[in-house]
Design a protein around this ligand. Structure first.
Ligand SMILES: *Cc1c(COP(=O)(O)O)cnc(C)c1O
Length: 332
């Protein structure tokens, strides 16, 4: 499937960019001298962790909400996410003045719950697992008519995340490779569609943790498969791609040039390098591009861009990592 025939194309992404202009930040791309010296090619860091809400997820959430009809906006949106997607949805819904309900299980830590509640979202605590929370989402869709906006497998979410790829190619037009954190693949699908749309020869490389890399296992199997979810420093990359995945599996299969897997120690080294050498605080998922470069796992023939996707790490954990505590393989 060539880049102009995927379910989300450059045209959708350009439309998304007009829709969300003024609602999301255009984040900087900066040259990393230390990583360039190591790689032997210029390495640029796309500082998307500076995005409002601390992660790129605001792009997809803002685009999906802006695409709703007036009737859908009146009904409100719902999702089961304790992390960056829930936070982004709550933020974007508040800007539009529409209702957002975020469902989570009793196991969610208080600080995450507070952060989402502070954005004005209606938080529902149900059951003891993500599955229980999802059942409440399904009930709210069926009984109250709320619109479900999932974290990655949705065309407007993918197109919104793709705006990050458009910006990246404007800032580093000669990029030979773009390194993208990979979980459900909404980010990688959107960024790859944008990058390949404007520069077909630029490689797009997905990066996941070795522990529970659902998209990599699915690509290897040739169909969406379930993997065991394990604790990881890259917690925003955990979770499955959905056995009934509609869009991101096919897009990642046709658009990604490679997928790199990282150990927990390698991810910890990425977080540490970001802090000490780049003066940036990033979460595990946001550090995987840097980590892959440090581990010597990226083969490129020219300028590269690593997308730093988020910064929402527990600061106590961050402090332990940068102080050199051996958290690595024992995970967070
Ligand atoms: C969600 C997320 C990712 C992965 O995005 P997918 O679209 O699920 O692949 C990467 N980094 C951060 C910080 C995230 O919040």
């Amino acid at each position: 499937m060539p880049a102009n025939e995927t379910p989300v194309t450059l045209q959708h992404i350009r439309a998304a960019r007009e829709r969300i202009a003024g609602k999301v930040e255009r984040t900087p791309a900066v040259l990393s001298q230390s990583l360039s010296d190591r790689a032997g090619h210029p390495v640029h860091l796309k500082l998307e962790h500076h995005q409002a809400t601390g992660a790129f997820k605001l792009r997809g959430a803002s685009n999906a909400i802006a695409t709703l009809s007036p009737q859908e906006k009146a009904r409100g949106v719902v999702a089961a996410s304790t992390g960056n997607h829930g936070r982004a949805l709550a933020h974007a819904a508040k800007l539009e003045g529409i209702r957002a309900v975020i469902c989570m299980s009793k196991l969610v830590p208080q600080n995450k719950l507070d952060a989402i509640r502070r954005l004005g979202a209606d938080v529902r605590i149900v059951g003891n697992s993500q599955d229980d929370a999802q059942q409440e989402v399904d009930r709210l869709v069926a009984e109250e008519g709320l619109v479900m906006l999932p974290p990655f497998d949705h065309p407007d979410i993918i197109a919104g995340q793709g705006t990050l790829g458009l910006e990246t190619m404007e800032q580093v037009p000669d990029a030979s490779a773009v390194l993208v954190p990979l979980s459900g693949g909404g980010l990688a699908s959107g960024v790859a569609a944008a990058v390949k749309g404007v520069s077909p020869s630029t490689k797009v490389i997905g990066i996941s943790m070795a522990r529970g890399a659902a998209m990599k296992a699915s690509l290897d199997a040739g169909r969406p498969v379930q993997v065991e979810e394990l604790p990881t420093l890259a917690d925003s990359l955990g979770g499955g791609i959905g056995l009934d995945n509609r869009l991101t599996f096919a897009m990642c299969r046709s658009l990604l040039d490679d997928v790199i897997l990282l150990s927990e120690d390698e991810i910890a080294a990425g977080i540490r390098h970001a802090y000490e050498r780049e003066r940036e605080i990033v979460e595990g998922a946001g550090a995987v591009g840097i980590a892959a470069l440090l581990a010597g796992k990226v083969k490129a023939k020219g300028p590269m861009v690593a997308i730093l996707s988020g910064r929402n790490i527990d600061m106590e954990l961050h402090r332990r990592i940068v102080c050199g505590e051996a958290i690595g393989e024992r995970a967070a």
